[in-house]
Design a protein. Structure first.
Length: 105
């Protein structure tokens, strides 16, 4: 599955969480913190959990392209990259392929 998100104007962690919540269709109770982000992204292979409207099959991968990533913002960079890393480690620990391939342009 392919997905592109434009991070133009995303210059705070709050804006990043709002952008991702909207793009992925996270539930209204999404906590807008790194733990909630890892939980929601980590369940994209488990639609029955209702944590994301974007889902992939057990053997599928989400090719996630991020445009205009704010590299100069250490907080956004650290939170986002740590979340993707944690999600993929969770998949590997379940003996699955990584869930998300990240493409930055």
């Amino acid at each position: 599955m392919e997905m592109t998100i434009d991070f133009i104007g995303v210059n705070t962690a709050d804006k990043m969480h709002k952008k991702l919540k909207h793009a992925f269709g996270f539930p209204n109770f999404y906590g807008a913190n790194i733990h909630a982000l890892i939980d929601c992204l980590g369940d994209i292979r488990y639609p029955e959990y209702g944590m994301s409207e974007v889902t992939v099959g057990k053997n599928e991968v989400l090719n996630l392209t991020i445009k205009n990533f704010p590299y100069e913002n250490d907080i956004i960079m650290n939170v986002f990259f740590l979340a993707i890393k944690s999600v993929n480690e969770k998949s590997i620990n379940r003996h699955e392929t990584p869930s998300i391939h990240l493409i930055l342009i």
